[in-house]
Design a protein around this ligand. Structure first.
Ligand code: PEP
Ligand code: MG
Length: 590
């Protein structure tokens, strides 16, 4: 039952793309092919049924290609729809549906529906939320085929001619790629999570979006007034006059904030006493580079390349990786791109290889350990990076280095990859900066040994805190103990920075700790040269850097290092820089 139009309702979902929009709801109906009948196919007609299925897949491909051609350039770069074209041919979907038609002698619609339900069940069991969400790609792709099989018409989002907010059970990447920014103010969906492609596309288009609302399509009717707060994940259905006024004010203040941010985000992060700091971005997928440029990133400080391996059933080929890397490098040029080699397993389990199970994956066969055990997988990636390096400014860093042998072995395999490219006569560049991620306490302890092997250190505080304090970074029960300012963590940072300086190599941070403007004086005071963070955090951190003198930070660092608890460290930082952070926040709001 939809609620009466006089009651204000607040729905809570997952914030997928920040910003506020207010407007009339437009419900997108995707229920057209829900009912599928089963009927038997005689033996002599099985071939024809398979043919009918194959031609529906061909038509679905053509539909996708037409959508790709008509979508904005930045979304074409995103490659999500290309992934869908590939999925159409996937053994899992394509092969098994044909098998079901042949073996069970059933109609193609029924075979497809059964196979999709089986795949759904398998994916739903997966502990990794990213993988869990990838099932939506398979559902979107199969519904395209189903529409073609049943001759049903799909409502085209590109044809909507009013200024509206889309409300849908789910939106496929093909749907969101058709969004016309002049018309669609934002969207809300029942399904989806933060890392779903729908959310990623909303962030690339920079329109507010809330996903995972569960009940939106039940609670909202066409033409209802809705407010979407993509920053907090709240959706208000038929808001009162007062709520409307309040949100109109919040919207104006957000737009002012965005205007100020974009105005000065391209200024360099130079302290008043002349130190230039590189403020870089962390990305998971190539399409995020647009946001990096918009927010004034000096380059990519961490490209989490493993995301390209997660949502699939076989390893990506060297060429596939190369094309992906090339895209990122070309868009970012001349700024540098730091490729973090495959940081797989642990909290990012792969669907591809299920040959082993581990009781304690956080301490298991992950990251560089996995790559050294699977040199063929590793070398494919290294070859792709070296080939891409010929096209721009590239750095490589190795994750989870915990012993000296690992960095030496990684370098040896890199040399082998270069030699094999030489033999194959392919263009590549071997002479590029190499780094070690410092994210395990043993790496801090042997930092002096590692420093002789690399050109830079990048501190991954997300794991370094986890392993230093023995706090599972994903466990809510101990989240209160996950403290970047804990004296044990700060001593780890200080030692890493000191060793880097003694050995004449650069040191940066790409863990979440780098996002916090209040921590910037402490990190720069310790001697860090580079901070890398999620793109949205860049302008605020740059602003902070432009307001602090490095010379003044040294006394604060000394004071901080004497404190026995994280709380006391926080008090020192707040005493020295808290007012500055508050003033910046205020200035951005006014
Ligand atoms: C880290 O551990 O701090 C890091 C940047 O790597 P990830 O979060 O990808 O493990
Ligand atoms: Mg890490």
């Amino acid at each position: 039952m939809k609620p009466s139009s006089s009651t204000e309702i607040v729905l809570k979902g997952i914030s997928a793309s920040p910003g506020i929009c207010i407007g009339k709801a437009y419900l997108v109906d995707r229920g057209g092919v829900a009912v599928v009948d089963r009927y038997a196919i005689s033996e002599k007609n099985v071939k024809n049924e398979v043919k009918r299925f194959k031609s529906a897949v061909q038509n679905a491909k053509q539909d996708l290609r037409a959508i790709i051609e008509n979508s904005p350039a930045e979304l074409q770069k995103a490659n999500i729809l290309e992934t869908h074209v590939v999925l159409l041919n996937d053994k899992l979907l394509y092969g098994r549906t044909i098998e079901a038609i042949e073996k069970e002698r059933v109609n193609a619609e029924w075979a497809l529906k059964t196979v999709v339900n089986q795949i759904k069940a398998v994916f739903q069991e997966m502990p990794d939320p990213y993988l869990k969400e990838r099932v939506s790609d398979i559902i979107h792709v199969s519904s395209l085929v189903m529409h073609n099989l049943m001759g049903a018409e799909t409502e085209s989002i590109g044809a909507i001619d009013k200024r509206v907010i889309l409300v849908a059970r789910d939106l496929s990447a093909a749907d969101t790629s058709q969004i016309n920014l002049e018309r669609i103010k934002g969207f809300i969906t029942d399904l989806g999570g933060k890392t779903s492609h729908t959310g990623i596309i909303a962030r690339s288009l920079e329109i507010p979006a809330v996903v995972g609302l569960e009940q939106a399509t039940r609670m909202v009717a066409n033409d209802d007034i809705v407010i979407v707060d993509g920053t907090t994940g709240a959706v208000i259905v038929h808001p009162s006059e007062q709520t409307l006024m309040e949100y109109a004010e919040r919207q104006a203040s957000y737009e002012r904030y965005r205007a100020v941010i974009t105005r000065d985000s391209h200024l360099e992060a130079r302290t008043p006493d002349g130190h230039r700091i590189d403020v870089m971005a962390n990305i998971e997928l190539p399409e995020e580079v647009v946001a990096v440029l918009n927010y004034g990133g000096d380059g990519i400080g961490l490209y989490r390349t493993e995301f390209q391996y997660l949502n699939r059933t076989s390893f990506p080929s060297e060429n596939e990786l190369f094309e992906n890397y090339k895209d990122v490098i070309e868009v970012m040029a001349p700024r540098p791109v730091t490729f973090r080699t495959l940081d797989i397993n642990g909290d990012k389990a792969m669907a591809i290889e299920t040959g082993f199970s581990e009781d304690n994956p956080a301490l298991g066969l992950r990251a560089i350990r996995y790559c050294l055990k699977r040199p063929a997988v590793f070398k494919t990636q290294l070859r792709a990076i070296l080939r891409a390096a010929a096209l721009g400014s590239v750095r490589i860093m190795f994750p989870m280095i915990s012993i000296h042998f690992e960095i030496c072995e990684a370098k040896r395999l890199l040399d082998e990859a270069a030699e094999s490219l030489e033999k194959d006569g392919l263009p590549y560049k071997r002479d590029i900066p190499l780094g070690a991620m410092i994210e395990v306490p043993s790496a801090v302890v042997i930092a002096d040994l590692l420093a002789r092997e690399v050109d830079f250190f990048s501190i991954g505080t997300n794991d370094l805190i986890q392993f230093t304090l023995a706090i599972d970074r994903g466990n809510k029960q101990v989240a209160h103990l996950f403290q970047p300012l804990d004296p044990a963590v700060l001593r780890m940072l200080k030692r890493t920075a000191d060793v880097a300086q003694e050995n004449g190599i650069t040191v940066g941070m790409c863990g979440e700790m780098a996002n916090q403007p209040l921590y910037a004086p402490l990190l720069l005071g310790m001697g860090l040269h580079e901070l890398s963070m999620n793109p949205q955090a860049i302008p605020v951190v740059k602003r902070m850097i432009r307001s602090i003198r490095i010379a003044d930070t040294h006394a604060v660092v000394q004071d901080v290092l004497k404190q026995p608890t994280a709380l006391k460290v926080l008090a020192v930082l707040r005493g020295a820089y808290g007012e500055l952070v508050t003033n910046h926040r205020q200035a951005l709001k006014d």
